[in-house]
Design a protein around this ligand. Structure first.
Ligand code: WTA
Length: 635
C-alpha cells in the first residue's frame, strides 16, 4: 500500500476503531501516522504537554523538512505528477500546469535567492501577493530554508500590513506590482510602499511582475522577482528543522487588541494537515481537488499548500473571483479541470445561490465526488441548495469546523464514509476530543445539550503560541476553562453526538467567513473627529452570515450620510474593506451597566430585530436609550 494511504479511514467501522485507538493510546496513534513521512531523524518522544503553562510538543527532537515531504518525496517517485493547475483571473489568459518536479526546481531557485539575501533559518519573511503560483513558491521556499513565512491576505490595507510586518519584525517582503481581481486591478505595490513607510525591519522587497502596471521603484530595497532568481541553481539543500521549530506565523483577529500572530510548527502541523486532508476529502491518488480559498487565510495554508502537497495531490489554484467574467466561473472551472473535490465557504454558496440556475445547467459537474464547506456555519437553505444543484443530491458534503489556531479540520464528517447531517459539522476527527462545557466550566455529560465548545486533549496541529506574546496565548485559549483549549465557539450536540457550531461566544464576528474583532473596528471609528464613542456588533445577514452594525455617539454635529461614508473609509483604510460596517446608527447613548460596561448582548438583540427578548433592562444605567435605539432601528 502507498504509505501515504496507510492512515486513510475507509469505513464507518474503521472510523470507530480509529477514534477509540486515538483515545486509548494517542501517542501510538499519532506516531504510526507520523512514521509514514520522511524524516532526517525520528523523534525521541512523541508528546509532551502541560496546558497550565501552556506547552504542547509533538515528535520531540525529530528532524525533518516539510518541503521534502511536500515535494522531493513525490518527485523521487513520479516527477511528472501534477501539483498545481493554475487558473488565471481572466479565462482568456493562459492557464499553467506545474508538475511536482517543476515546482521543486522553482522553489529551490527562489530559496537560493533568499539565501543570497542573507535570509536564514528563523528569520521572518512577509508575503503579500495575489493568488499566483509564485505565492506558493515563495511560501515553500521559506520553508525550504527554515525562514518563517507570514502571509498577509492581499485584501488587507497598508496599515494592517505594516502592523503585521512590525509585530513579526520581518526582514524581507515578497509582493507583486498589482493583483487582478475580476475586472479591477489592486495596486499591491502602492499599498506596500505606504506600509513600508512604517516598517523599519524590511531590508529587501521582492516584486513579481504580474499586472505590468506602473509602480514607484525604491532602488534601495526593491528587486524584481525575475532578477532575484536570475542564474540561480534549481537545487537547494533542505534546511534541517526540528519538529518544534516554527514553520509560519498567520495572523487572526482577536476580540481585543492587535491581531494575534498564531505560530505553527513543522512536524505536528504537517502530520495533522496531511491526515485530515486525506480523511475528510477522501482524496485518492489522481483526483483533482479544488479549494477556492485564498492562501492568505489558514484554509489556503492547510488545504491548498501543505495538506494536499504532503500527500501528493493535484490541486486547482484559482486567481480570480466567482463572478468574473460571469457568475458561472466556478462551474466552468470545475468542468474544465474535472474537479473531484470542491471546497468553498458558505458565503460563496449563498451568493451563488442568488444567481439564476441556468448558470449551472450546461456545465458538466459529474466529476464532483465531494463538496466541502468551511469558515462559518452553513444554514439549511444554503446546504440544500449546494446539495441539490451542485451535488445533484448524491455528493457527500463535508461541513468542516476548525480555526487558524487548530491548524487543521477538527470536526467534520469524512466524505462518503461517516454520516453527514445538514447544518452539523457532525463528529470529531479521530484524535480530537471535543466536549461541551457549562458556564461553570464543567463538562456537560448529557448527549443532547448546548454549551461552550472546548477540546480536552492536544492534537499535533495546535498553534503553539502567539508570536511574541505567550501570556496572551495562555489568557485567550487556556485560562478560560482550566485544562481545556477554548476555541471561542458555542455548540449544540444531538443525541448521536453530532456537533453543530452555533457561533462565537466572544467579541469576534465572522463576516463572510472572515474573523473580525469588534474592538479594533471601534478603535478606528473612535478616531473620527466627530465621534465620542462607539460599539460594533454583529447581526445575522442573509448572504454574509453576519454583518457589522456600528452604534455611534457623536461629540460634534455631522450629517449622517457624510459620517457613514467617512467612517466606512476610515475602517477600510485602517483594517481593510472586509471590516466596513454594513449599518451605522447615531445614538445619544449606549446601554451600560452601572459599572459602565456596554451591554453588547442588548445591542446584538436589537440589531437582530429581537426587540421582545431583551431580558431585564432595569439594571441598566440608562434604560431610556433602549427605546431610542428601537425607534431608530424600526425606521
Ligand atoms: C468559524 C477558518 C461553523 C468558527 C478555518 C471558528 C465555523 C472560526 C466553521 C475560525 C464551520 C469555521 N461551522 N463555524 N464549519 N468553520 N467556523 O480562524 O467561529 O478563519 O472559530 O479559520 O470560524 O475562523 P478562521
Amino acid at each position: 500500500m502507498n504509505p501515504i494511504e496507510f492512515y486513510q479511514i475507509k469505513s464507518q467501522e474503521n472510523y470507530e476503531t480509529a477514534r477509540t485507538r486515538a483515545i486509548d493510546n494517542p501517542e501510538l496513534f499519532w506516531s504510526e501516522i507520523a512514521s509514514t513521512f520522511s524524516w532526517f531523524k525520528k523523534w525521541d518522544q512523541i508528546l509532551s504537554f502541560d496546558w497550565s503553562i501552556p506547552k504542547t510538543e509533538w515528535f520531540i527532537n525529530g528532524k525533518l523538512n516539510i518541503t521534502v515531504n511536500c515535494l522531493d518525496r513525490h518527485v523521487d517517485k513520479n516527477p511528472d505528477k501534477l501539483a498545481i493547475l493554475w487558473e488565471p483571473n481572466d479565462p482568456n489568459d493562459k492557464s499553467v500546469k506545474y508538475t511536482y518536479s517543476e515546482l521543486l526546481s522553482l522553489v529551490c531557485k527562489f530559496a537560493n535567492g533568499l539565501k543570497n539575501q542573507g535570509i536564514k533559518k528563523g528569520d521572518r519573511v512577509c508575503i503579500y501577493m495575489p493568488m499566483v503560483p509564485e505565492l506558493t513558491i515563495a511560501v515553500l521556499a521559506c520553508a525550504r530554508i527554515g525562514a518563517v513565512h507570514s502571509v498577509v491576505f492581499g485584501g488587507f490595507s497598508a496599515a494592517a500590513l505594516s502592523t503585521r510586518i512590525n509585530d513579526a519584525k520581518c526582514n524581507l517582503l515578497i509582493t507583486a506590482d498589482g493583483a487582478f481581481r475580476g475586472d479591477k486591478t489592486v495596486p499591491l505595490k502602492k499599498i506596500v510602499d505606504e506600509a513600508l513607510d512604517e516598517c523599519k525591519s524590511i531590508k529587501k522587497c521582492i516584486v513579481l511582475q504580474r499586472t505590468f502596471q506602473k509602480i514607484k521603484w525604491n532602488e534601495r530595497i526593491d528587486i524584481w522577482w525575475h532578477d532575484f532568481i536570475e542564474g540561480l541553481s534549481d537545487y537547494c539543500e533542505p534546511e534541517v528543522m526540528d519538529s518544534e521549530d516554527p514553520l509560519f506565523i498567520l495572523y487572526t483577529s482577536g476580540s481585543t487588541g492587535k491581531p494575534k500572530g498564531m505560530v505553527h510548527t513543522c512536524a505536528g502541523y504537517m502530520v495533522y494537515t496531511a491526515y485530515t486532508f486525506l480523511n475528510v476529502f477522501q482524496y485518492k491518488q489522481g483526483d483533482i481537488y479544488w479549494c477556492t480559498a485564498d492562501i492568505g487565510w489558514i484554509t489556503g495554508h492547510s488545504y491548498m499548500i501543505y495538506g494536499p502537497m504532503a500527500v501528493g495531490a493535484t490541486s486547482v489554484h484559482f486567481e480570480g473571483i466567482p463572478s468574473y467574467p460571469n457568475w458561472n466561473r466556478f462551474w466552468k472551472v470545475c468542468e474544465k479541470y474535472k474537479v473531484n473535490q470542491f471546497y468553498t465557504a458558505p458565503t460563496a454558496i449563498r451568493t451563488l445561490a442568488k444567481q439564476p440556475l441556468k448558470l449551472i445547467d450546461g456545465h458538466d459537474l459529474s466529476s464532483l465526488k465531494v463538496l466541502g464547506s468551511v469558515g462559518e456555519p452553513i444554514n439549511l437553505e444554503a446546504w440544500n441548495w449546494y446539495n441539490q444543484n451542485i451535488g445533484k443530491n448524491k455528493t457527500p458534503i463535508v461541513d468542516t469546523w476548525w480555526q487558524t489556531e487548530t491548524g487543521g479540520i477538527m470536526i467534520s464528517s469524512l466524505a462518503g464514509v461517516t454520516d453527514q447531517k445538514p447544518t452539523f459539522a457532525t463528529k470529531p476527527i479521530p484524535g480530537i476530543r471535543p466536549v461541551l462545557l457549562n458556564n461553570e466550566g464543567q463538562e456537560i455529560i448529557e448527549k443532547e445539550a448546548e454549551g461552550i465548545l472546548a477540546i480536552k486533549f492536544p492534537w499535533p496541529g495546535i498553534a503553539r503560541t502567539i508570536y511574541g506574546d505567550h501570556t496572551r496565548y495562555k489568557e485567550v485559549y487556556f485560562n478560560a476553562y482550566e485544562g481545556y483549549y477554548f476555541p471561542g465557539d458555542g455548540s449544540l450536540r444531538d443525541l448521536d453526538g453530532n456537533f453543530r457550531i452555533t457561533g462565537r461566544v466572544d467579541d469576534v464576528v465572522i463576516v463572510s467567513g472572515h474573523n473580525l474583532g469588534t474592538a479594533p473596528i471601534e478603535n478606528s471609528i473612535n478616531e473620527h473627529k466627530d465621534v465620542a464613542e462607539s460599539a460594533v456588533i454583529g447581526y445575522p445577514h442573509e448572504v454574509k452570515g453576519n454583518a457589522l452594525m456600528a452604534y455611534v455617539i457623536l461629540k460634534s454635529k455631522i450629517e449622517t450620510s457624510k459620517l457613514t461614508v467617512e467612517l466606512r473609509d476610515l475602517v477600510s483604510n485602517q483594517i481593510g474593506p472586509i471590516a466596513k460596517p454594513e449599518k451605522i446608527i447615531v445614538v445619544s447613548g449606549l446601554p451600560k451597566t452601572r459599572s459602565g460596561k456596554i451591554m453588547r448582548r442588548i445591542l446584538r438583540k436589537l440589531a437582530a430585530g429581537d426587540f421582545e427578548k431583551l431580558g431585564d433592562i432595569s439594571t441598566l444605567l440608562n434604560p431610556e436609550v433602549v427605546d431610542e435605539i428601537k425607534n431608530k432601528l424600526a425606521k
